[in-house]
Design a protein around this ligand. Sequence first.
Ligand SMILES: [Zn+2]
Ligand SMILES: [Zn+2]
Length: 286
Amino acid sequence: MKITFLGTGAGESYPGLWCNCPHCAYARLHRGRNIRANSCAVVDDTLMLDMGPMAFDAAARFGVDLTGITHLLVTHNHEDHFYPMHLHWREVNEDYVSLPYEDSLDKGGPRFTPLPELTVCGNRYVEKTVAPYIDQSPSPHAHFQLIKEGEMFMAGPYRVTPICGNHHERGFSHSYVISRDEKTLLYALDTGTYDPDMQSLLLSFRYDAIVMEGTTGLNEQYGGHMCLQNNRIYRQLLLEHHCIEEETPFVLTHMSPHWCPPHDQYVDMVAPYGLTVAYDGMTLSF
Ligand SMILES: [Zn+2]
Ligand SMILES: [Zn+2]
């Protein structure tokens, strides 16, 4: 399995919109891995994890082609994770799609590429948000699939089990346990800490890689998101329950500039705890 991070920032991006605090100023000056777009990732070029407003800009920047995506797993409908307007651009007059490129030039877009059917998977909040974009026309080649915590479903060749988090309110966001062949990935964004029943579910899998939100970093007071202290607690818990090994990649993403130091500094700060920090364009194969 291969995961490519298209974005690793929180809602305000990194540097933050309208912010020139020391972290944001450092990121603007040094750029590189310190710059983070809204969190989004792609697995094996067919499975997309969230689709925020910056997803396609980032994909272009890293040479990732998203036209082959067949499944989109949405963690929740906050705008930095799900920007359904992108689905609008899948619409087209199908009669023109198969024309040779030159013959299609005077027909108008917005696309010239035949697309596979896209299954958008998410909870009932996501369902509400996506409905206007896929109900009105057949040409987006997209439909919605409602998920439920603890109920495994197939997304193409992937076995996916949703786990509900406590972001905003219980059930507003879902983490995904994604397995293919013998490999299993946890993608856990905007979760807060898990309720006991969901924690038991989380601890019932064996993982080959963990991707977890590290949003509030050094701020331990903020609810609805994970801080560094909780990242360490969950890694310890996963180790104790033999869900991961010492060397299993444990990657933090969805970093807020207000509580997470710039990448250049944060990488070394979290390394002693067995944690790594994702950056935009990073690829992890396992
Ligand atoms: Zn977010
Ligand atoms: Zn959120």
